[in-house]
Design a protein around this ligand. Structure first.
Ligand SMILES: Cc1cc2nc3c(=O)[nH]c(=O)nc-3n(C[C@H](O)[C@H](O)[C@H](O)COP(=O)(O)O)c2cc1C
Length: 308
């Protein structure tokens, strides 16, 4: 008998995930787009591109630009709306043998509520990720630009959606705040099962030659290796304040990045921008992560979480 492999299954709410390395919203389509590149059933969970109650065209182009250490995007939640999404994607998504998490967003609390209600079925999806943090859309009912900059509204919306679904509820937060741990606590108070952090950091790319902003929307969200150190700090700040699990996101390109997020307090992670760089890179990230566990003789994943 060889030495036993570390058990990499994790539990969030009442759901068990085959591993803690997932695909981030907006970077993996609805899964289908990546079938030719990898075995998508190896992935711990797939988070869909964000769905809104009604269709959205997104922002004016250009909507994505490469910067020295990451991507700047201003997609603006382009999607066909909840009804069309359900009609076109549900039968496909239900057949995939891994956890499916549907990302939802809205301009008001009522829209979040209706969207979750519409998309909830008896045993599907496994979870909703409540995107309270898209930097490229406007909102009502708050003086803040993003919902997750307002702890009171954030808590209220989580409470509202929790009442409408039996699926696990994960709140996705923005790092564009003074103290992200305050928002993480609001989400915990609202009854979320977990918190996912971070969404992108707001930024601008400028073309000096043409003397104008590169993106049609001027402001976009920065992702990729550039944000990893800041995202690690955000996770650690939240870890010190809350008890619900944290799903770490921001610049994960290799297996070691996953370990770093766990050491800062993440129970699971999501891979985003890396999917654009290497659409088939998931297998290597998972392998490197498993190799690390073996090399360091880690028996339980929980022994890594929050260790620094
Ligand atoms: C092109 C692009 C589109 C994105 N779309 C969404 C989205 O629809 N919903 C969402 O919650 N996050 C969206 N994100 C944010 C990612 O899910 C992730 O939080 C962020 O990119 C940081 O992770 P990364 O550095 O690994 O990319 C998007 C990111 C990119 C680059």
């Amino acid at each position: 008998m060889g030495c036993a492999m570390t058990d990499i299954k994790i539990k969030i709410g009442n759901k068990e995930f085959k591993n803690p390395i997932w695909m981030a919203s907006g970077t993996f389509g609805y899964g289908k787009e990546f079938e030719d590149f990898l075995d998508i059933e190896k992935i711990g969970a797939i988070i869909t591109k964000t769905v809104t109650l009604t269709a959205r065209e997104g922002n004016k182009p250009p909507r994505i630009v490469e910067t020295p250490a990451g991507l700047l995007n201003s997609i603006g939640l382009e999607n066909k709306g909840a009804d069309k999404f359900k009609e076109e994607m549900y039968s496909y998504l239900k057949k995939i043998n891994t956890k499916i998490i549907i990302s939802v967003a809205g301009g008001t609390g009522k829209e979040y509520e209706e969207c979750v209600e519409k998309l909830s079925e008896k045993n599907f999806p496994d979870a909703f990720e409540i995107n309270l943090s898209c930097p490229n859309v406007t909102h009502e009912g708050t003086k803040y630009q993003l919902i997750a900059q307002d702890p009171i509204l954030t808590e209220k919306i989580i409470k509202m959606v929790k009442k409408k679904t039996k699926s696990v509820v994960i709140a996705k937060l923005t790092p564009n705040v003074t103290d992200v741990s305050e928002i993480a606590r609001a989400v915990e108070n609202g009854g979320a099962d977990a918190v996912a952090m971070v969404n992108t950091y707001m930024g601008i790319a400028v073309c000096a030659e043409e003397q104008k902003a590169v993106l049609g929307n001027v402001v976009g969200g920065l992702s990729g290796p550039a944000i990893k150190p800041m995202a690690l700090k955000a996770v650690r700040d939240a870890y010190k304040k809350i008890k619900i699990p944290i799903i770490g996101i921001g610049g994960i390109m290799r297996g070691m990045d996953v370990v770093e997020f766990m050491l800062c307090g993440a129970t699971a992670v999501q891979v985003g921008t890396a999917n654009f760089v290497n659409p088939d890179g998931y297998d290597l990230i998972l392998k490197e992560f498993k190799d690390y566990l073996k090399r360091k003789n880690i028996k339980k994943l929980s022994s890594l979480v929050g260790k620094i």
